[in-house]
Design a protein around this ligand. Structure first.
Ligand code: ZN
Length: 462
């Protein structure tokens, strides 16, 4: 009898396909087209790809794993996607809060950046940001800052996925004297990272009001030459719109469309002050939107018409923005929670933007906003293995009636326990495997002292 049983075991093992990992949990939230939530589910991973997701018994029967991670008290979800941030600004976190945007920029941010932003600052700032993002479940971030090549190198070292572009802006910046320098830098950057498995190089225009028409159009042409996404801030404040109406008699959206800037992959951050005609343009040009509820609320910019955007099926993702003064952290769990609550508040409708839709924005719809929905954003066969586990055994996580509600309204970034990016485990039991957390935190304190000193005694900013 025992021999008979062993024979069956042997056959089962021989017929089971080899995989590198099986991850199992109490629930698997797939965000696939059917929006399957699998109770007692598992995911099989080979190399950098997801092979299958299904009931744990089926996955265990069909696959033989080299390693496994079983989390019966957790859920597995797709890694979260941050569609807008300026990651190294974590080193300026909370430098000056509760101010008007202009005063905040001119008195604090511009002088602090002019005196402190070097490749070294950017490298340590990115390490800190990556640590914070991975520990709160973000597996892809979209970034616009300076020395973006250093950010790309650091993101690769930390094992996080990045859609990254060096800021093109019409005044001298820490890494480019002129927009022409920034465009040259961008072309080199696109050449260097275009085939990278983790980095999607992008073209990052700061905004319409900080660039000339010529720069805007050249940037679009470069993006299209490399099929790269173009990132831009759009209609963040009412003032931006009022100024543009005075200057051109058009909204920023209509003006950019008239210049051909939307003719290709585009991701616009904020889109707070957009009217129905603007929304039609954004839909027709397939422009992705990075909605940043914390930033828009903290800077009193306004509330983006996300409910109307979703009714038009725009690709709206979530972004943290910041993090210096407009947020001040990189936690997408908070953005999901606030995105839903902000739309309910401004539409006076508690049924608008339900939890599942917020999670969609942080995953598959965010992937669509980046033009990467075939690669990331859901747990489906052949997609990149970007996964997180989230604990369900803390006081604020029980009891559980609806996984989407729990994920968006109750769970925290600090409940994230494990993270896999591109098939590599980068966070295990809430410990980063690719980043020396203690060293990074000590360095951040050191940079904080330097920045404070520079604001008291440093030379006048340019
Ligand atoms: Zn921004």
């Amino acid at each position: 009898m025992r021999l008979f049983f062993s024979f069956f075991l042997l056959v089962a093992c021989l017929s089971a396909a080899p995989v590198d990992w099986i991850w199992s949990a109490r629930y698997v939230i797939t965000m696939d087209p059917q929006r399957r939530v699998i109770e007692h589910g598992a995911v099989a991973i080979r190399g950098d790809k997801i092979v299958a997701a299904g009931p744990q018994a089926d996955i265990d029967g069909a696959y033989q794993a080299k390693q496994r991670l079983d989390r019966p008290d957790a859920l597995i979800a797709p890694g979260l996607i941050n569609t807008h941030t300026h990651a190294p600004m974590v080193l300026l976190r909370g430098i000056a809060d509760d101010l008007r945007l202009q005063e905040w920029l001119e008195k604090y941010i511009f002088p602090a950046e002019a005196r402190n932003v070097t490749p070294d600052f950017v490298r340590w700032g990115t390490r800190l940001a990556c640590l914070e993002m991975l520990m709160s479940g973000t597996t892809t971030f979209t970034d616009m800052y300076y020395f973006e090549d250093v950010i790309a190198e650091t993101a690769k070292e930390c094992g996080i996925r990045g859609v990254l572009g060096d800021t093109i802006i019409g005044f001298p910046s820490p890494d480019a004297k002129t927009p022409a320098d920034a465009l040259r830098f961008t072309t080199k950057f696109l050449e260097r990272f275009r085939h990278d498995p983790l980095i999607t190089p992008a073209v990052a225009l700061h905004a319409i009001y900080t660039n000339t028409d010529d720069t805007l159009q050249k940037a679009r042409a470069i993006a299209n030459r490399y099929s790269a996404p173009l990132l831009i801030h759009l209609s963040e404040t009412k003032r931006e719109n009022d100024d543009m109406m005075t200057k051109r008699g058009k909204t920023p959206t209509a003006a950019l469309d008239g210049l051909g800037v939307f003719n290709g992959r585009t991701l616009a951050a904020h889109a707070v002050w957009v009217d129905d005609a603007d929304l039609t343009i954004l839909r027709d040009r397939h422009v992705g939107i990075a909605h940043c509820p914390s930033s828009n609320m903290k800077l009193a910019s306004g509330a983006a018409p996300v409910t109307r955007m979703l009714a038009l099926d725009l690709a709206v993702g979530l972004g943290t923005d910041g993090p210096a003064g407009s947020n001040n952290d990189l936690n997408l769990f908070e953005e999901m929670d606030l995105a839903s609550k902000l739309q309910k508040l401004v539409t006076s409708d508690p049924q608008t933007l339900p939890a599942q839709q917020s999670l969609e924005m942080a995953t598959i719809r965010g992937a669509r906003a980046l033009g990467m929905e075939k690669e990331i954003g859901s747990i489906e066969p052949a997609k990149r293995a970007d996964l997180i586990t989230v604990r369900l055994d803390r006081p604020h996580a029980v009891p559980l009636y609806d996984v989407y509600s729990q994920m968006v309204y109750a769970l925290k970034g600090s409940d994230v326990r494990d993270v896999m990016v591109n098939g590599r485990v980068v966070l295990r039991d809430a410990h980063a495997l690719t980043i020396d957390a203690q060293h990074v935190i000590a360095k951040a304190e050191e940079f904080g002292r330097k920045v404070r000193q520079s604001l008291m005694t440093g030379p006048q900013p340019r």
